[in-house]
Design a protein. Structure first.
Length: 501
RNA sequence: GGUCCUGUGGCCGAGUGGCUAGGCAGAGCUCUGCAAAAGCUCCCACAGCGGUUCGAAUCCGCUCGGGACCUCCA
């Protein structure tokens, strides 16, 4: 089956056909590094990490570009003073690049915690001021932008008039028409500079006291917030590339503006497939800065937040996100995260055990029905991913297989219930999907090896105690290990195993 | 106000014109010195009201509820 994905531009699932197979170009809008990333930000980065991983699994050579927005009107989060003088004092003390660096590091740390693969190219807005200025110049030359008082604005009405004739009106991606917007757009500052209130800034003039500013043909200022993605995507992926991704809230105006800018410069819609992940909600409401309801990633990992009853590991969060399909909203709650935590542990324990077994390829299956069923579940994993990256169904099937694995582990079934080939296929598919595609791994602490040796020693002592029917000693060892988070389990054959809570 | 999405069992969440989603929680059983795990079984839901259909949670209409975007926003 071919890979199908939902294209926001056409509003339907389409077969994925790369422009230049086996190469694939993918651009995903990255973070604005003026503050710490929160749970909501985790979703696109995990979603598109899985997309990236799956495309590579299919054999594509993917160039994954994800930008860092580090240019603009930045102030340290939580330190925005309403008093202009105080605000200026903060800005004077704080070097913007210092702030940007701090949050870039934190962002990279979080991506690493989530086991997200690094993108092929991670360009910064500040590193591409020249490209942005060149692009703005080109848009002006073509007559779709104008200067006003040191700022440059995109002429949306003219663009819409001309490109509507080519069936590409402004609003093609978000499905809104310009007349509605003319009625509804709120009044903002400097509206009088613009020809129309729907026009958006390509370059913003800034006052002298502003630290983050660059020279341009129109004086000192900084680039508007849409042009960086157009400039960097064009530079690294060309005038037309395969996939453009981001959060749903970026569809308008950000991606709409990108389309307009790139279309003027490059004469075509920049990307063929537009993918948008839905939002994470909390108490039924989108998690976002404007609602003041965010849980930062560091808070999530430490449990230090009033909405949290405990800390959650990065893998728990990743698994939580992958348990839903990326186009639906996902509601955060402690109950839901705790469910994910337990489910993930069950999955990983069964998987780790299976991975460590050796099976003989030639052995035949005694239980044909089960053998067939397990094979079906395993094969479906690929089909689910090919259907618009349905990780929820992938996870569900993995859980269908777990009882069979655990049954073998606990000797409820014998090894020849399934054929050797099926067991080996299970090992291969689970490794492929759990580790390589879903990007899940065991959260492991340092010094695990020494710790394992110590536990092994305790197990030997406990075995001796049990042999003597010295249950007091035996229970003491088990109970105290339980207290420090290590769960001992007596196996049927007298062996003992353990897991970390 | 405009544009659009959505309403699934205690909770989170797939799905879709007829066939068990899955996870977590809860109940029972098996195993066990006792536990814990694990396995098995149960809990069979699709906002309400109409309509289309042999058949709808799935399509259409209305009502009620929730949300997103229109402003920085993943």
């Amino acid at each position: 089956m071919p890979l199908k994905l939902y294209n926001s531009l056409t509003r339907q699932k389409e077969v994925f056909e790369p422009l230049n197979a086996p190469n694939v170009g993918m651009y995903v809008c990255g973070p604005t590094v003026s503050g710490e990333s929160h749970l909501g930000h985790a979703r696109p980065f995990i979603t598109f990490d899985v997309v990236y991983r799956f495309l590579m699994h299919l054999g594509y050579k993917v160039r994954y570009v994800r930008n860092i927005t580090d240019a603009g009107h930045f102030e340290e989060e939580g330190k925005v003073a309403d008093d202009k003088i105080a605000s200026k004092a903060i800005l004077e003390k704080l070097e913007p690049m210092e702030l940007v660096q701090k949050y870039t590091h934190l962002y990279h740390w979080a991506m690493d915690q989530f086991n997200n693969l690094p993108p092929s190219i991670e360009p910064t807005a500040t590193g591409h001021i020249i490209e942005q200025i060149e692009m703005i110049k080109k848009i002006m030359q073509d007559g779709y932008a104008y200067e006003a008082n040191g700022s440059v604005y995109f002429d949306v009405l003219k663009y819409n008039e001309d490109y509507s004739k080519k069936n590409q009106p402004y609003g093609i991606l978000s499905g809104r028409n310009l007349e509605d917007q003319l009625d509804t757009t709120r009044e903002l500052d400097n509206q009088d500079e613009k020809k129309s209130k729907v026009d958006f800034a390509l370059w913003k003039k800034v006052p002298v006291e502003h630290i983050m500013r660059w020279q341009s043909p129109w004086g000192e200022g900084f680039p508007g917030w849409h042009i960086e993605c157009s400039a960097m995507a064009t530079k690294y992926l060309g005038k037309k590339f395969d996939i453009h991704g981001g959060g749903m809230d970026l569809q308008f105006p950000h991606h709409e503006c990108e389309i307009a800018q790139s279309t003027v410069c490059n004469h075509e819609i920049p990307a063929r497939y537009w993918m948008h992940n839905n939002m994470i909600t909390i108490n039924g409401r989108k998690m976002g800065k404007s609602y003041n309801n965010v849980i930062k990633l560091s808070e999530l990992f430490s449990g230090n937040h009033h909405e949290l009853t405990q800390a959650y590991t990065p893998m728990t969060v990743r698994f939580f996100i992958l348990q839903s399909q990326y186009r639906g909203t996902l509601d955060f709650s402690n109950e839901a995260l705790q469910a994910s935590e337990k489910a993930l542990r069950r999955l990983m324990e069964a998987y780790e055990w299976l991975k460590a077994q050796s099976f003989v390829a030639g052995a035949t299956a005694k239980d044909d029905n089960l053998d067939t069923q397990v094979n079906t579940w395993l094969k479906e994993l690929t089909a689910f991913m090919e259907d618009d990256f349905n990780t929820a169904k992938v996870v569900a099937n993995l859980f269908e297989i777990i009882p069979t694995i655990n049954s073998l582990k606990d000797k409820h079934i014998s090894i020849d219930a399934l054929s050797g080939a099926t067991w080996i296929f299970a090992q291969e598919q689970l490794t492929l999907f759990i580790e390589n595609i879903l990007g899940l791994k065991v959260d492991s602490g340092a010094n695990r090896q020494q710790l394992n040796s110590v536990i092994q020693l305790l197990i030997e002592i406990r075995k001796d105690a049990k042999a003597r029917k010295d249950f007091a000693t035996s229970d003491k060892i088990r109970n105290q290990l339980t207290d420090i988070g290590i769960q001992l389990k007596d196996e049927k054959d007298g062996e003992m195993s353990y897991t970390f809570a």
